[in-house]
Design a protein around this ligand. Sequence first.
Ligand code: ADP
Length: 315
Amino acid sequence: MASLNDNAPALRVRDLRKTYDNGTQALKGVSLEVAPGDFFALLGPNGAGKSTLIGIVSSLVNLSEGQVDVFGTDLVRERSAAMRLIGLVPQEINFNLFEKPFDILVNYAGFYGVDRAEAEKRAEEELKRAYLWDKAQVMSRTLSGGMKRRLMIARAMMTRPRLLILDEPTAGVDIEIRRDMWRVLKEINAAGTTIILTTHYLEEAEHLCRNLAIINHGQIVTQGPMRQLLAKLDVEGFLLDIDGELPAQLPLIEGTTMTATDVHTLDIDMPRAMDLNRVFAALNASGIRVRSMRTKSNRLEELFVRLTGNQETSA
Ligand code: ADP
C-alpha cells in the first residue's frame, strides 16, 4: 500500500538529548538518519548511550529534547502510529517458557490486533524463516539458547514492522548461535525490513551492516557507510608463525613495526598497500621463515579505537 511517507528515512533523529532524573546526560545532541531498507549498526562502548537511544526510539524511554521520526511519523506527536512501524527485540529473553513457540507468536500478534487466521499464517512464515518450524509445538523452555533468540526475532516480526530494532541481540552468545541469528536477520533485511542493531561485537557490525554510527559519551563520533569507514584504516596487523625461533635482533623493514610475541610468533603492522612478498623476502634474508599467518585484529575494532580513543570495545 502506498503511503505519503514512502520516501522518508526509516529513522530520523535530530538533536536528541536525554537527561535522566538523577542528572545523567545520556544523550547530548544526537542526530542521525537511517535509510529505508538499510541494515544499520549503532556501536559504542558501555555507557555510550546506545540503550537510551534505542529506548527512546522504541518508546520505552521519554526524550528530554529533540525530534525523532520513524518513516516520517513523529514519535512524540503520533506515538502509537510510530510504534506500529517498529518491532523491538530486547536483550533479555522475555517470552513465557511454558508456552509453545507457535502459541507465543499467535498470542503476541493477537495482542496487537491481528486476527487469528492471519496470525497463524504469519506464525508459520516466521517460524520457518527463523528455522524453528519443526519446534513450533515443543515447550519453549526446551529450546536451545540460539533457538530462543531466533524466536524473539520471529515474535517481533509478527506485527510486520517496517523497522526492526535489536538491542545487543547476541550479547553473551557463542559464535555458532550468532551466525544462525545473522542468517535470519539477513533474510529479514533482504525481504525489505530496515534493521538497526546495537552491538558490542564489532565483527558483527562489519559482517551485517551497510552503514553505522559510532556513539561515545552521548555523542555521535562518526557515521557513514561501513566500507568508507573501513577504508580509513590503512594499517593491517598480522601474526606470523615462524619455523624455528626468532633471532634476538629483529630485522628492520621500512614502514613496518615488528615485535616478537614469543620466540615463534612475530607481530607485525604494515600499511595495507604494502607488498607482502617484499616483507617475506626481507624476513627470509634474515633467516626468518614464515610457516603461517593470521590477521591480528578486527579492522572495525581498530577503527573504533582510533575514532573514540576508547579501549573498552570488546565484549
Ligand atoms: P549503553 O547502552 O551504550 O551502554 P546507556 O544508554 O545504557 O548506554 O547509558 C548511557 C548513560 O546513561 C550511562 O551513563 C548510564 O549510566 C546512564 N543511564 C542509563 N539508564 C539510566 C537510568 N534509568 N537512570 C539514570 N542513568 C541512566
